[in-house]
Design a protein around this ligand. Structure first.
Ligand code: FRU
Length: 436
């Protein structure tokens, strides 16, 4: 037989072997996903009182003091919760050379703490991801649902439409502001030329999700001193399964809140740990709903990914970031929303797991990823992880020579390094910088 024929035969065998190995690998991955899905139907991770202990400020988790000479991104407005326009896979979208971010805004002449009562979502654009131009509200305010609009997320789909999710809080025209929260969607077109970015052609704003009272608390069921939550929809397409979801901030549904032993901790911990009365009314969770159609107009509520019953009332602005085959689940929370007997700081908290619905381990032991320095514990808030490594937030309440001031603008961006179940702040950049 000629050399050429031998070579061809060997090459043919090698190709066949490679194809077989490929098929086996795909089958294995699908099998792993399938068995995982079967085993984990009905699994909600618990962030327990035992885990939410021993919060310490370290160089890995503590942001530097802000320099009070920051510039205001929109001098007439308070700016707080901020999020970028992303693509379906969560990476930053670029529209004809421009990056786009959305943020809650209110006129700067409104009292600082009253800004939540008049919030609208505005948009900003930038060519370099550093200097942002304020453009205006992201929709016609008369068309939006709610007496004000709270945080959400925005995904640019392959047809050039922005799929825009937000929280409608209260009802249009209500005489007294209520805290009812519903998840709403609209879509719009986005375009850009050398004069900037434009949005147009909004679809009707529709309610897509309301709490069911079983997995997720309704306004009527809410108890305790802090408002209930059903807000902050975050779009996520699972890169492994291709399924599409909304994550959101919820509270545990039901009229009779009781803690399970696991909400407290293991047997040994429970022997000595005293749960103060009223802790059961602090029942935050990270909610999830799965998309039932391609248009992303129908979602079905699933049981939460994680619950913090007896631990914290507010797991705000949840996000999931897929990095090195791991799912990093993030949420922001306040010192005042921790249940009695616990004392975590205002911060970004995170968990890591092998699947979207899976066992989640708190990062760094107790979950704390980013917090403020000891001498200004409320200087920034509402951390939002962009592309898995840079973090936006806003300047909140800070001090200059002992005098309290309000920021209401983009805070310096922080970069973090996520490694397995640990994280560290690696760098501070200028205010509001986003890196593609
Ligand atoms: C976080 C937050 C969000 C909410 C918004 C209201 O800062 O509480 O959960 O959407 O602020 O202003």
């Amino acid at each position: 037989m000629s050399k050429g024929k031998n070579f061809k035969r060997a090459y043919g065998r090698l190709s066949a072997l490679m194809i077989c190995l490929g098929i086996l690998l795909v089958a294995f991955l699908n099998f792993r996903q399938l068995t995982h899905n079967i085993i984990n139907i009905g699994y909600t991770e618990i962030w327990s009182r035992q885990q939410a202990q021993n919060f310490e400020l370290t160089k890995e988790n503590t942001a530097p003091n802000i320099n009070p000479n920051f510039k205001l991104a929109a001098p007439d407005l308070w700016i707080w919760d901020t999020w970028p326009l992303t693509k379906r896979d969560g990476s930053l979208a670029v529209v004809n050379g421009y990056k786009v971010i959305f943020a809650l805004t209110a006129p700067r002449n409104v009292e600082w703490n009253k800004r939540h009562d008049v919030a609208v979502i505005s948009y900003f654009y930038s060519e370099d991801g550093k200097d942002w131009t304020y453009k205006g509200p992201a929709y016609n305010i008369e068309d939006a649902l709610g007496s004000r609009q709270w945080a959400g997320s925005a995904m640019l789909d392959e047809n050039g439409k922005v799929q825009f999710f937000y929280t409608a809080t209260g009802r249009k025209g209500e005489a007294v502001r209520t805290f009812e929260q519903r998840l709403v969607k609209t879509t719009f077109n986005i375009s850009a030329d050398r004069n900037g970015v434009y949005i147009s052609n909004w679809s009707k704003h529709n309610v897509i999700l309301e709490p069911d009272g079983v997995y997720y608390e309704t306004m009527q069921q809410a108890k305790g001193p802090i408002i209930y939550s059903f807000r902050d929809p975050y779009f996520f397409c699972d890169p492994v399964t291709g399924r599409e979801y909304l994550l959101f901030e919820g509270n545990k549904g039901g009229d009779n809140q009781k803690l399970k032993p696991e909400n407290i901790g293991d047997e040994l911990f429970r022997k000595t740990h005293i749960v103060p009365p009223g802790a059961e009314n602090f029942n935050g969770n990270i909610g999830i709903a799965v998309a039932e159609n391609k248009d992303l107009t129908k979602f079905k509520l699933l049981q939460p990914l994680l619950e913090a019953a007896g631990v914290n009332q507010q797991l705000e602005r949840p996000q999931v970031v897929f990095k090195e085959n791991q799912y990093y689940l993030f949420t922001i929370s306040h010192r005042f929303t921790f249940a009695p007997g616990l004392n975590g700081p205002d911060g970004l908290y995170g968990f890591v797991g092998d699947f979207l619905r899976s066992k989640y381990k708190p990062l760094n032991g107790n979950g704390l990823v980013i917090t403020n320095p000891d001498n200004d514990p409320y200087q920034t808030y509402s951390w939002y992880v962009v592309s898995g490594d840079s973090i936006l937030s806003f300047i909140n309440e800070y001090h200059v020579n002992g005098e309290l001031r309000y920021g209401g603008t983009f805070a310096p961006t922080l970069r973090i390094n996520l490694k397995g179940d640990e994280s560290e702040i690696t760098e501070e950049l200028a205010e509001g910088v986003i890196i593609p």
